[in-house]
Design a protein around this ligand. Sequence first.
Ligand code: 2AM
Length: 186
Amino acid sequence: MRTFIALDLPEETREQLSDLQGLLRVGRHVPEENLHLTLSFLGEQPLPALEALHEVLCDLPPREVVLRLSGLDILGSRQPKLLFIRAERSGPLAALRREVLTAVRLAGIELPRTRFRPHVTLARFSRDMEERDAAHLGRFLQTHGDRALPEVVAEQVTLYQSVLREDGARYDPLASYPLVPMAGET
Ligand code: 2AM
């Protein structure tokens, strides 16, 4: 099963990002319900490893992770691949990522080391972008590149299955792990 672990974004943040996407006329926009911050991409993993991972992630202690999203950027300077908004690599966010990676290791899943550049992908671009689309993207970045969203507290981490389809990936939540006490809990 192709899976990844992500920090879910509060609804208000997803709405603000979706409004921003509405101003961009090029690329395949990540649907509002799919917007997320990847903590660890696991790739194909067997079910027993994912069950072990679930057990460990259930013990993830609640804590406050404040999300600060600001500054748009593109990956691929010559040939834009994707547009994203950066997330501040705060102490609590970096600590959460370390704990998630520890959980992955404890579950017996081995991953290559990768640098953590927290971001939320907003759109992906196909290889041969037309000149006028590239020009539009350039203007979009000039106008909105400094965009900063109001800070928010992240509510949960989710283990997702990513199902690849012709019209883009579908993300199915397998399990979520709260970072803040759930409503009704003391
Ligand atoms: P992204 O966070 O930059 O968009 C599910 O595919 C998520 O895992 C995506 O959000 C994706 O990138 C992230 N991801 C990280 N490494 C990946 C990889 N090698 N292949 C596919 N997705 C990857």
